[in-house]
Every structure is written in C-alpha cells, then in structure tokens.
Design a protein around this ligand. Structure first.
Ligand SMILES: CCC/C=C/C(=O)SCCNC(=O)CCNC(=O)[C@H](O)C(C)(C)COP(=O)([O-])OP(=O)([O-])OC[C@H]1O[C@@H](n2cnc3c(N)ncnc32)[C@H](O)[C@@H]1OP(=O)([O-])[O-]
Ligand SMILES: NC(=O)C1=CN([C@@H]2O[C@H](COP(=O)(O)OP(=O)(O)OC[C@H]3O[C@@H](n4cnc5c(N)ncnc54)[C@H](OP(=O)(O)O)[C@@H]3O)[C@@H](O)[C@H]2O)C=CC1
Length: 283
C-alpha cells in the first residue's frame, strides 16, 4: 500500500487538519475514547480535544497513551490517562469510577479499542476465536453497558459511538471479528431503544480500510491489494473516521440513534478485501 500511514497518523498533522467543526464545540464536556493511543482512536481523541473537550483515553499500553496525552497537554488540553484492558469488567468499572472522581461528568464515549488477526476461518484455534470475541464483543459491551449505568446513576444524557467493521458482505480472513462486530451492531440497535428513556444515544461507525499502523498485522500480499477495496481506490484516513464520530456525538447527531454510519469509500458496494490474501480460486 503506497499511502503514507505515518504522515496521516502524525499528531501534529491531525491537530492542524481541516475540520468542519467549530473549535469550542465541546467546551465543558468530557469525552472518553478507548484505544486512544494509536490509529483511529488517537485521531478521534485529538479531534475531541481540539474541539474543547476534556479527554479521557484508555488502552492496555500506558506509554502509547502518555504520548498522546503529552501532545494534547502541550496544546493546552486536559487529559486523563487510565490504562485499561476493556476485556476486564473490573478494570472497566474502575475506569468509570475514576472519570467520575476526576471530572464528575461524562458526555461522550467512543468505543474504539479492538483488533483481530487475519487467518482463514477454517484454521482458527478455539483460543484465537475466543480472544477476538472477548476483545471486540465482550470488551465493547462492558464499556457501553458501564457507560449507560453511569448516565443512569448520575441522571445525565450521553452518547456512545461503537467502532465496528463493515459486516454486510462479510470479510474473508477475519470472520471472528465480523461475528463480534455484528453482535455489537445488534446490541446497539437493541439498547438504542432500551436506553432512549435515559437520554442515551447509541450508534456505530463502520470504517472501511483505514490507513493506520494497525494494518501492519496484515500480510504484504493482502496489503498490496488494499487499494482495490473500494470505488475510491484508496484507504480512508483516520481523520475521516474521526469526523464521522464527531458527527454522531455532537448535536449534528441528536436525532440519530441505533444507526450504523458506514465510512468506507463505497466498499460495501464494490471492491474486494482479502485480509489474509486472495485465494487462488478467486484470482
Ligand atoms: C483490514 C480490514 C478491516 C480491519 C482492520 C483493522 O481492524 S486494523 C487494526 C487492527 N488492530 C489490531 O488488530 C490490533 C492487533 N491485534 C491484536 O492485538 C490481536 O489480534 C488480538 C486481538 C488477538 C490480541 O488478543 P490477545 O492478546 O489475547 O491474543 P494473543 O496474542 O494472546 O493470542 C491469543 C490466541 O489467538 C490466536 N492468535 C493470535 N494471533 C494469531 C495469528 N496471527 N494467527 C493465528 N492465530 C493467532 C492464537 O490461538 C493465540 O493463542 P496462542 O497460540 O498464542 O496460545
Ligand atoms: N484500520 C482499519 O482499516 C479498520 C479498523 N477498524 C477498527 O478500528 C479500531 C481501531 O483500529 P486501528 O486504529 O486501525 O488500529 P490500532 O491497532 O492502532 O488500534 C487498536 C487500539 O485498541 C487498543 N486495544 C486493543 N485491545 C484492547 C483491549 N483489550 N483493551 C484496551 N485497549 C485495547 C490498542 O491499544 P493497546 O494494544 O495498547 O491496548 C490500540 O490502541 C479497531 O477496533 C479496529 O478493529 C475497523 C475497520 C477498519
């Protein structure tokens, strides 16, 4: 893939990138972004911070989070780092308690932490299947349920955006993650109705192929074909995904709940994405 992943993910570039949103949009608000130490999560976190939000970022690796936090603080923003494994409900609970103790409020959650490995489904080991389901279905669920409990208890409204994948045509090589994300989409549609009386909106953003360092886990022969994944013949940028998360979180999304916003350059309609490489049969 020829796209310059490093440049597109550079914090300074992201901070200065053009945005349609006004600088004080989230003044006085608190936003939590999981997986905020890299890729899409970092771009979402930086945009929230740039638009005036107090930021909370979590993920498993403290160093990655601290780098993002140092950058935002350097720009005058307020950031709380809480290293958290979203697969552990006790850690998720502690995260929300910490946010309440520090800021006494929470307005937005972008549930972005996740990931998988590419492998033909027929070869998945039970442990591999379980790891991906645990990360992307259970982990995302703990995060969204705990957010709802928080807003119910403090009696304030809130918005959740779950980052998923495009599930409509499946995605060879990552059946485990498609299964997990389809589960989150189903749960989101369901709780969008259950939690509306609490003033909670729940939506999903389904990115197509997006240029982040996360793509390094895919084999080079798969990466070579990535530009054929959609009619625009290029990967999406982290900034494009970040702006769509802001769209759903801000008042621009106030009448949207239970929805999946697909941001994939039309890949749902045309294109092929062979994450573990294209099999001979489909050449
Ligand atoms: C491209 C389009 C769409 C999407 C793009 C993106 O999302 S890009 C952004 C994406 N970003 C990311 O994807 C982030 C990076 N991804 C990850 O962090 C991991 O994929 C994870 C979610 C499984 C980590 O969960 P963890 O720490 O619990 O995992 P662990 O390491 O302890 O392994 C547990 C078990 O899983 C199995 N197994 C694992 N790897 C492979 C493999 N390569 N091969 C085969 N099997 C594999 C194995 O059974 C292993 O057990 P073992 O044999 O060791 O006893
Ligand atoms: N890039 C793409 O083409 C696409 C990406 N996505 C999804 O978007 C999200 C972000 O991916 P992207 O930015 O590309 O890749 P990254 O690998 O950079 O991002 C994943 C982030 O999630 C964090 N994370 C993973 N597992 C956990 C966990 N158990 N607890 C807490 N944090 C965790 C990672 O940090 P750490 O390892 O330190 O915990 C990392 O910061 C993922 O859910 C991904 O599957 C969806 C469609 C396409």
């Amino acid at each position: 893939m020829s796209t310059d992943v490093e440049a597109l993910n550079n914090p300074e570039t992201l901070w200065n990138a053009e945005t349609v949103y006004r600088p004080d949009l989230f003044k006085g608000k608190v936003a939590l972004v999981s997986g905020g130490g890299s890729g899409i999560g970092r771009a979402v976190a930086l945009l929230f911070a740039r638009l005036g939000a107090t930021l909370v970022i979590c993920g498993r690796t403290a160093e990655k989070l601290e780098k993002v936090a140092a950058f935002v603080r350097g720009k005058g923003g307020t950031v709380l780092v809480v290293p958290t494994n979203v697969r552990e409900p006790e850690q998720v609970d502690a995260l929300y308690q910490r946010i309440h103790a520090e800021f006494g409020r929470l307005d937005y959650v972008v549930n972005n932490a996740g990931g998988q490995f590419p492998q033909n489904a027929i070869d998945y080991a039970p442990k591999g299947w379980a790891a991906v389901i645990n990360n992307n279905l259970n982990g995302s669920w703990y995060m969204m349920q705990r957010a709802a409990q928080y807003w119910r208890d403090v009696k304030t409204p809130g918005s959740i955006v779950n980052i998923v994948v495009v599930t409509e045509r499946g995605m060879p090589g990552v059946a485990h993650t498609v299964a997990a994300r389809a589960g989150i989409i189903g749960a989101s549609r369901t709780v969008a109705v259950e939690w509306a009386p609490l003033g909670i909106r729940v939506n999903c953003v389904a990115p197509g192929l997006t240029a982040t360092e996360g793509l390094e886990v895919y084999p080079p022969e798969a990466q070579k074909e990535f530009p054929l994944a959609n009619p625009l013949k290029r990967p999406g940028t982290p900034m494009e995904i970040a702006e769509s998360c802001i769209y759903l979180s801000a008042s621009s999304g106030s009448f949207i709940t239970g929805e999946v916003l697909t941001v994939d350059g039309g890949g749902k309609l045309w294109g092929e994405l062979w994450t573990a490489g294209r099999p001979e049969y489909y050449r």
